[in-house]
Ligand binder design. Sequence first.
Ligand code: ADP
Ligand code: MG
Length: 326
Amino acid sequence: PETVDKIAAGEVVERPASVVKELVENSLDAGATGITVAVGSGGRDRIRVADDGVGMNEGSVRKAVEQHTTSKLRDVADLERGVSTLGFRGEALYTIGAVSRLAITTKPRGSETGTKLVLAGGEVESVEPAGCPEGTAVEVTDLFYNTPARKKYLKREATEFDHVNTVVTRYALANPGVRFALEHDGREVFSTTGQGDLQATVLSVYGREVARAMVPIEGLAAGPLEGLSGYVSDPETTRSSPAYVSTYVNGRYVRSKPIRSAVVGAYGTQLAPDRYPFAVLDLDVSPGTVDVNVHPRKMEVRFGDGEAIEAQIEKTVRETLLDHGL
Ligand code: ADP
Ligand code: MG
């Protein structure tokens, strides 16, 4: 790939966690019911995402690693209708492949043989028949081996792994009906049941102590939101990072400082300074209310009537806490 491709790759691939995000989104788009994410050394050495989704035949996997190829039709109207598939520009695999060694092993459902495609620095090295389970496994090794400047910006393993963990947790919480497993250096960090139960998923990803501290959102204060569901923690169960306040719009993760502030605001002075609760909140929004001028990479959205939504969230969460004597 040309230098310009490598620079463009930086937009998608900033660190191991961004690779994980793209691969997990592809697995979800492929209709996976189980997704295993295994990383080595925080993802600096190795990232593997395996799914039991629809898989690809040889022709499709060859196409998948080319630039601007997507099997997913997507336009602004799609976004407006409500976000269905997560990929949209057909460049994630191509850009990841340009800055790593990439191996894809895949077999379509109901097919006899699979295919293994190996790519290094964006060049196809081999395509061979492979015996493998139905679904797709993508393995990325030596991330940024050919872009040393970018490699220098990677943080130590524990930090990179924290980012990976945050991403996988986010998707696990958004998809309680999908079995997620996360492994680091051969050890299981968490696995969810995929039984469709958010409370059980919270227990799997955050552990017993946090799960016990969570109370379900009940009732909805007046405002533009059509629904608000999920869980928030008691005011004592907090962390110093806002990463544990996860917000979703119609089931899709979004980053929103104002929404996070509304959640934090609901706790008032009960929350110690610079502490954040655990929260998993799904906002049920009618499509017209979300500003489609979103940055899909950064997962940011804007709402038509943001202040009214924030007030509604703050009030709903406060009332939930009061209802539970918190
Ligand atoms: P996008 O997701 O935007 O389409 P990607 O580069 O992420 O672009 O993927 C390119 C194509 O490769 C996808 O459109 C899809 O057809 C195929 N693909 C990628 N990952 C998987 C997977 N895990 N299972 C099945 N097909 C996949
Ligand atoms: Mg994609």
